[in-house]
Design a protein around this ligand. Structure first.
Ligand code: ZN
Length: 241
């Protein structure tokens, strides 16, 4: 079985469609979304409809809950906050309810899925350094935990009692070890690489690989500007910041 894992789509329809096509080409069987379907970009309705129509298992992101009125977005960056208010006006009550109903953590036989961290997942704290992964490792009831939120792909492993970052896009997951796998962001990467990020995990071979997919950034940028959203949200897409 192949899991296709995507996170932080952020209403970027061009990036989402391209990643889903890539998953199809690589024979993905099951789709998992780690939250932040909406916010920042110009196509929240379309992205939400696609995720729902494909039956993607999805957990809640801070932007999803902020748009749904379930999380106070006062500490968001002003541009992000503008995106939250704009997005609320694009969605129906039923769609807002769908975002409100997203749960914080999902578990399969092999893995756990959460937007930010397993410790106090409702606080959506950033796991920017491997040292911040220790609490999540201690709470993991499965060997793997897939996360997003930072928009930076990362593989962290617990070795000799220490959380360590592992280089490279892919890893053979040792069944005796625990791994935290950050798949990065589909719709707004922030690691300096503007290509859409996603991950594929094969449950038979236990191989995980982080992938990058090129998409039409110019169209996504044009839509953001046409929608009257902050220009910085368009600019950052081509910088991957
Ligand atoms: Zn995000």
């Amino acid at each position: 079985m192949r899991y296709g894992i995507l996170s932080d789509i952020h209403s970027n329809l061009e990036a989402l469609e391209r990643v889903l096509r890539f998953f199809k080409e690589l024979g993905v069987d099951e789709y998992y979304c780690l939250g932040d379907i909406v916010g920042y970009g110009a196509n929240p309705k379309e992205c939400l409809q696609i995720i729902r129509s494909l039956g993607v298992t999805c957990v809640a992101g801070n932007h999803d809950w902020a748009v749904a009125g379930k999380l106070n977005p006062d500490n968001f960056h002003p541009d992000a906050l503008e995106g939250v208010y704009w997005t609320r006006n694009q969605l129906s009550d039923e769609e807002i309810n769908c975002l409100r109903g997203l749960s914080l953590v999902h578990k399969t036989r092999d893995a756990e899925f959460v937007h930010a961290m397993l410790s106090k997942p409702e606080r959506f704290q950033y796991m920017a350094y491997s040292s911040e992964a220790v609490e999540t490792f201690s709470l993991m009831a499965r060997p793997l935990c897939f996360i997003g939120h930072t928009h930076v792909p990362q593989i962290i492993c617990m070795r000799n009692g220490k959380a360590q970052s592992i280089k490279g896009p892919g890893i053979n997951c040792d069944p005796g070890q625990k791994y935290i796998l950050n798949v990065g962001s589909v719709g707004q990467p922030r690691d300096g690489n503007p290509m859409a990020a996603c991950g594929i995990y094969d449950t038979d071979s236990r191989y995980f690989e982080a992938h990058r997919v090129a998409y039409d950034i110019a169209i996504a940028q044009e839509k953001i500007l046409r929608a009257g959203l902050p220009a910085s949200l368009a600019e950052r897409l081509s910088l991957g910041r």
